[in-house]
Design a protein around this ligand. Structure first.
Ligand code: NAD
Length: 406
């Protein structure tokens, strides 16, 4: 299987075939502006020293400071981070925010570390990278396995090193240290606004049966928001497996159940299913909200959803994309579907720089029209070029980036 960066470049190539952006511009986008690998020495609780590998990829800043999360995962490696940084460049352009694309990470399973080891590791990442970060240079945020608490440690470390008083270098911080109201559910909520704006156009019913892979920040919030808006989540999973109920799952109860039993399986009134079965479940909307490369040429033929809403980054391989396209299953691409998260991160940065604090209602009221506008524009681009929504999104993003590229 291709690595995620090869997938990302395959997407870029496909777009370059349907719209001529010129060879020079496309070749600039085939490389990040800078990719940095660091080693982070951490004193462990038992007194030993362990060295971790960390990354920051600054992909493109034509539209504004590099922006993108930091991922902690044992499989994280440079090609994954480069792909995610490329997608951030596209995503920020799609969302219409004045930010470029970046991404960071550390190869680590955070569950193997104590809280104090995790804090030293997170502060160590900032110590090595402080020179290239900054509110007007590069603004990181959380991603898989990084939390508001980790952002608070990082923001504090950055302030200690540089004396920065804006707090705008890291977003996704807890509310009490300059975080934005509404950042937690923003990705799921933005995904819902996008889905709602496109639902009729995609021929989906008013009340959809929804299947979600992932029960973390994005999957859980999406499940709650879709349920609150009258849709029913009939299957959902985490890394240990999933549960199914044709009449809809009670998401609030399921979250409580997971807290006490640390798994979803065995939940009342539901059937246990594997992650493979979940992806093949018959439904109106399938929402991958866990990891990349989960729908491939191996299982795309078995997807029996009427549409796919990509809340995870890169959940479909390019081959899977083609298979679903041929099966006339529309895919609402990650760069649009999950751009609510970075949009509210941008709101946080903006509030920090202006010394303001917006209420959650205000945040959501600003988010909704932006998501709707991006959805409409992408649909129009896709129709204009007689292509799918992913290519429509890339065309819109590349046009915006090219306009600002010197
Ligand atoms: P998270 O760490 O909070 O949750 C990840 C979830 O995926 C967990 O429930 C985990 O159990 C599950 N999972 C892990 N491996 C799995 C597997 N093999 N099969 C099924 N489930 C599995 O992460 P998150 O913040 O919810 O991010 C999820 C995805 O959304 C990622 O692709 C991330 O890049 C993307 N994303 C997140 C945000 C954000 O605001 N958090 C924004 C944009 C995109």
């Amino acid at each position: 299987m291709n690595n995620p960066f090869q997938n990302a470049m395959a997407q870029l190539d496909k777009v370059a075939k349907i719209k001529d952006f010129g060879v020079e511009f496309i070749s600039r986008l085939r490389q990040p502006d800078r990719d940095v690998r660091i080693s982070i020495p951490v004193k462990m609780d038992d007194g030993s020293l362990k060295i971790f590998e960390g990354y920051r990829v600054e992909y493109n800043n034509a539209l504004g400071p590099y922006k993108g999360g930091i991922r902690y995962h044992h499989d994280t490696e440079i090609n994954e981070v480069k792909a995610l940084a490329f997608w951030m460049s596209i995503k920020c352009a799609v969302a219409g925010i004045p930010m470029g694309g970046g991404k960071g990470g550390i190869t680590v399973n955070p569950e193997d570390l104590s809280k104090s080891e995790l804090e030293r590791l997170s502060r160590g990442w900032v110590q090595k990278l402080a020179d290239i970060l900054g509110p007007h240079k590069d603004v990181p945020a959380p991603d898989v396995n990084t939390t508001p608490e980790i952002m608070a440690w990082m923001a504090d470390e950055y302030a200690k090193i540089t004396g920065d008083k804006t707090g705008a270098t890291f977003t996704g911080k807890p509310l009490e240290v300059g975080g934005s109201a509404g950042r937690g559910p923003a990705t799921g909520l933005g995904g819902f606004y996008v889905f709602d704006a496109l639902r009729k156009e995609l021929g989906l019913p008013e009340k959809c049966r929804v299947v979600i892979q992932g029960f973390g920040n994005v999957g859980f919030n999406a499940a709650e928001i879709f349920t609150k808006n009258g849709h029913s989540v009939i299957a959902i999973s985490d890394s240990k497996g999933g549960v199914y109920n044709a009449n809809g799952l009670d998401i609030v109860k399921l979250a409580e159940y997971k807290k006490t039993s640390s798994t979803l399986t065995g939940f009342e009134n539901s059937k246990n299913i594997t992650n493979e079965e979940l992806l093949e479940t018959e439904c109106d909307v399938l929402i991958p909200a866990a990891f990349e490369n989960v729908i491939t040429d191996g299982n795309a033929g078995k997807v029996s959803a009427k549409a796919v809403l990509e809340l995870a980054n890169g959940p479909l391989t390019p081959e899977a994309d083609e298979i679903l396209f041929k099966k006339s299953i529309p895919v609402i691409p990650d760069v649009l579907a999950n751009s609510g998260g970075v949009t509210v991160s941008y709101f946080e940065w903006d509030q920090n720089l202006k010394g303001e604090k917006w209420a959650e209602k205000e945040v959501n009221e600003k988010l909704k029209p932006m998501m709707e506008d991006a959805s409409r524009k992408i649909l129009a681009k896709a129709k204009e070029s007689n292509t799918d929504l992913r290519r429509g999104a890339f065309i819109l993003a590349l046009e915006r980036i090219q306009l600002k590229t010197k």
